[in-house]
Write a protein that binds this ligand. Sequence first.
Ligand code: AMP
Length: 367
Amino acid sequence: MAKRMGIIGGGQLGRMLALSGYPLGLQFRILDGAEEAPAGHVSPLVLGPLDHAETLERFAEGLDCATFEFENVPLPAIEQLSKHVPVYPGLKALEKSQDRVVEKEFFQSLLISTAPFASVQSLEDLQQAARTIGLPAILKTRRFGYDGKGQMRLNSALEVANGWETLGSQPLILEGLVPFDRELSQVSVRSTKGEIRHYPLVENFHRNGILHKTIAPAPGIGPNHPLEKQSRQAMEKVMEALDYVGVLAIEWFQMGESLVANEMAPRVHNTGHWTMDGAKTSQFENHVRAVLGWPLGLTDACHFTVMLNLIGSHRPAEDWLANPGVRLHLYGKSPRNGRKLGHVNVLGNTALEALTRSDSLLDWLSE
Ligand code: AMP
């Protein structure tokens, strides 16, 4: 009988997970609070809130395993589901990644560098932290931040006071500003059998706090580059400490020849979307394989790829498809300012070809 996997969260990540699993003969069921959830267009949807015991029971019935597509799943929901069905990546990974202070302490316990930081509960804490860490610094909410939301750069004593005014109603973290050369990320996968595979390091560019572009593999970093080794070793330490199962992403700041951890995401990740067309096995298929304990697919790049996020609005599909080397992935979401609606993978036989094609697409978009 076909195995059935449950996915908590019906956004684009859940949708792409399901789409990658059907060719392997799997069935899926999605849990989401919104009827129009993009994953519900491709798989049966259980509609209801995550803190509702009866909804969780309905969702779990007859599943072989379950996973989630976002890291802010309430822990009690995972605890309850785990009584019925194995849920991966699991509680440990969620506990460490839902709170920025806990996450940074975890990285440091594994001797992985982070920005200097301090936990902030009051204006006095913030003033003290600003003196110790120095300005400029970045003030962030400890929980529920994404796509640059819930954070402010503080440059002066006046901005410290404003920062507290704006964000101070919740637990905060002050982070020293890392003078990075560029932003990289590592996407890797570990199965229930302990098999691990790493995708190559990629370079990421953000606009207004949202990922705009990923270049894969990162220019100038070949398979034997010392940064690849550093990144993979750190990733393996994290995965082993968490007894991790599935795809895990770590976002790095590169400073010369060393890497500073920004954050991790216990799920398939936007900086891994290039793998759908540019790698031998996509991150989505590998996540599904990992959760089922099946052999993992190869993670080598088979093209040079530039991934561009389509945010807010996009050109009609047929216009995109007239461009050579473009693979289009739309999520079935209605346009809204700042919303991720899809992405394109722009492929090339050389890095130069992929970059030239993506630059001319960006010119075309701004016409
Ligand atoms: P985050 O939500 O923590 O991933 O932050 C969003 C973006 O803000 C990152 O991708 C960086 O470009 C920038 N950023 C965040 N934290 C820092 C930091 N401590 N130092 C320098 N830049 C940062």
